[in-house]
Design a protein around this ligand. Structure first.
Ligand code: NAD
Length: 307
């Protein structure tokens, strides 16, 4: 099976560096013309130059995702450069990590505007274009383990990323008739963003020096380079994944995973409804043993000697 995107056109938001840059390079290497978007003009141009140096096609649009004007610009740039838009990857993102009681309105709004609103406005513009053209399409959203599980210090980010997966599941229903698939990638990779997480600072530095990563890092922590994540985006952008929609798929390092839709793990009925006292009794009887953990559970980074 070869994955060929020749003749396709893709927009990748936030592709000046990190994961987005790897997605742009990989989509272009598979044959797609790419619109590289970032707020950092030099970084966006560097990605365009790298794509072109590899023999691919790319143009840059320097604008912040969030406002609908940017979304319209991105679709227009794809249409102008390649005559069409087939693939949208909503990757742009920022972190403003603080615990709840120290989270400012400004930081919350910036994170939500970039991730959640940026995903909404760009996907809406892409969906309008793809539905009008009538040839289907691929929308690849970007979630995070923080959105799937909750994460200490990531109020705004976890909220935005959980919302993005909810939008993927919703849009997969709404866009199915138009042949447009919508999936969420849940990536993990060593990038400038991960390097800011204290526990990963040393791993990121070692990776930067070109040292191989231990098995526990590449497998249980699902951490490798951005190039380890890009193949999933290429596959989701291709004809090969036409039957896959509404999924949240994890990838990073050596690990590929599929997330569940949240399921009820305990169900009980009481004729006539529940009183507070009856809920307390039922909790002790049934649900206490089924309580769900919050947060991302990972093994310690110090691997045993035989790992
Ligand atoms: N690195 C990881 O392990 C990881 C894990 C889970 C999710 N993610 C998600 O993957 C995506 C990429 O992360 P990364 O690690 O490559 O981060 P990064 O910080 O290296 O890159 C993010 C890019 O987005 C750009 N950007 C920021 N705000 C923008 C805006 N409003 N409009 C356009 N571009 C903007 C930045 O300039 C930067 O080039 C993000 O959505 C992030 O939340 C990353």
């Amino acid at each position: 099976m070869s994955v060929d995107l020749t003749g396709r056109a893709a927009v990748v938001t936030g592709s000046g560096q990190g994961l987005g840059r790897a997605y742009a390079l990989a989509l272009a290497a598979a044959g797609a013309g790419v619109v590289v978007n970032d707020v950092d003009a030099a970084a966006a141009q560097a990605t365009v130059d790298a794509v072109v140096a590899d023999g691919g096609r790319a143009v840059a649009v320097v604008a912040p995702v969030g406002p609908s004007e940017t979304a319209d610009l991105l679709v227009a740039a794809a249409v102008e450069a390649y005559g069409r838009l087939d693939v949208l990857v909503t990757n742009a993102g920022v972190l403003r990590d603080r615990v709840l009681w120290k989270t400012s309105d400004e930081d919350f709004d910036l994170v939500v505007a970039t991730h959640l609103r940026g995903t909404f406005t760009t996907a809406r513009a892409a969906a309008v274009h793809m539905r009008e053209r009538g040839e289907g399409g691929r929308i690849v959203l970007v979630g995070s383990p923080a959105g799937q599980h909750g994460n200490f210090g990531q109020t705004s980010y976890a909220a935005a990323k959980a919302g993005i997966v909810a939008m993927a599941r919703t849009w997969s229903l709404e866009l199915a008739r138009a042949g447009i698939t919508v999936n969420a990638v849940i990536p993990t990779a060593i990038t400038a963003m991960t390097a800011t997480i204290p526990v990963y600072a040393e791993v990121a530095a070692a990776h930067g020096r070109g040292e191989p990563l231990p098995r526990v890092v590449r497998q249980e922590h699902a951490l490798g380079g951005p190039e380890d994540v890009a193949p999933l985006v290429v596959w989701l952008a291709s004809e090969e994944s036409a039957h896959v929609t509404g999924q949240a798929i994890g990838i990073g390092g050596d690990k590929l995973s599929l997330y569940t839709v949240p399921q009820e793990v305990g169900v009980t009925y009481r004729q006539g409804g529940w009183s507070a006292e009856a809920i307390g009794e039922e909790w002790a009887r049934t649900f206490e043993a089924l309580r769900q953990p919050s947060g991302i559970a990972l093994p310690p980074l110090e691997a045993p000697a035989d790992a």
